[in-house]
Design a protein around this ligand. Structure first.
Ligand SMILES: Cc1cc2nc3c(=O)[nH]c(=O)nc-3n(C[C@H](O)[C@H](O)[C@H](O)COP(=O)(O)OP(=O)(O)OC[C@H]3O[C@@H](n4cnc5c(N)ncnc54)[C@H](O)[C@@H]3O)c2cc1C
Length: 239
């Protein structure tokens, strides 16, 4: 897979610590929700850094979106969130990934479990489902720190998404009137809010490594077939 230039067409603030980038990648072949691309930055002295970023929406021709969280002291995320200017170029390659993907032609219920920025590829699945009018039942369990950290707010909380079946777990503070107290998502909540185990239920879990391991174990304990639990780990630290 070759590296190629991508131009930053537009960008918007997603949360105080995250930014969504719209990139034009000439000749982009399209992708499945859950796939990612690699980004490569090259410093004037030739030093290079590569990182992976999930595609957060279906492609529109040769235009794709990624959403990046600023990691404290992060080499690449800090640049992409705070400094990468509209009109500039970076190198990318992709699409990458064949396991952690949802096929819009598939049927069968789906449970999505997101920790923090792990919502990104799962949002791509929700968006692809809507775009394809796939009638499969989807349920999203989304763990995040604070109300400010909610990605894709309009789509997840807006009134035009009545089909979205969502359980939110704020770990540090909640919005006014929210009945669940702030606290870590528990195994009992995952068991209760995931769609009931059945041979055709697929689970997608994404987030920081400890979150993914915890949530996947909770799904297995709740009776889900490990072969039907697909995971993607974003980073080494916990939420
Ligand atoms: C398949 C895949 C898809 C990904 N998709 C996304 C995405 O859609 N959005 C997104 O924001 N990130 C995503 N990531 C994570 C991303 O690739 C980088 O790891 C992240 O941006 C940090 O890179 P950095 O150069 O800023 O930090 P680094 O300079 O590599 O690390 C700085 C410090 O932060 C710690 N750290 C590194 N990564 C993380 C992390 N993810 N969380 C917390 N601490 C971390 C390191 O241990 C180190 O202490 C994905 C990772 C993979 C493997």
């Amino acid at each position: 897979m070759r590296w190629q230039p991508a131009e930053l067409l537009a960008a918007h603030v997603e949360t105080p610590s995250a930014r969504t980038l719209t990139l034009r990648i000439p000749g982009w072949p399209g992708h499945l929700p859950g796939q990612h691309l690699d980004v490569r930055l090259t410093a004037p002295d030739g030093y290079r850094a590569e990182r992976s970023y999930s595609l957060s929406a279906p492609a529109a021709g040769d235009t794709v979106e990624i959403t990046i969280q600023r990691v404290p002291d992060g080499e690449v995320s800090g640049y992409l969130v705070d400094h990468f200017p509209v009109g500039a170029l970076i190198e990318v390659r992709g699409p990458i990934g064949g396991w952690f993907v949802w096929n819009p032609a598939a049927d069968g219920p789906v449970t999505l479990v997101a920790g923090g920025s792990g919502i990104v590829p799962l949002a791509a699945m929700l968006r692809a489902r809507r775009k394809s009018a796939n009638p499969s039942r989807f349920r999203l369990i989304y763990s995040l720190r604070d109300p400010d950290d909610l990605y894709f707010r309009e789509e997840l909380l807006g009134t035009d998404t009545p089909d979205l079946d969502l359980f939110l777990a704020y770990t540090r503070s909640t919005p006014p009137g929210f009945t669940r107290p702030a606290g870590r998502l528990t195994a009992e909540e995952i068991a209760a809010y995931a769609l009931p185990p059945a041979p055709d239920v697929t689970c997608f879990v994404c987030g920081p490594t400890p979150f993914v391991e915890f949530a996947a174990a909770a799904l297995v304990s709740a009776g889900h077939d490990p072969a039907m639990i697909k995971t993607e780990r974003f980073g080494p630290t916990g939420k």
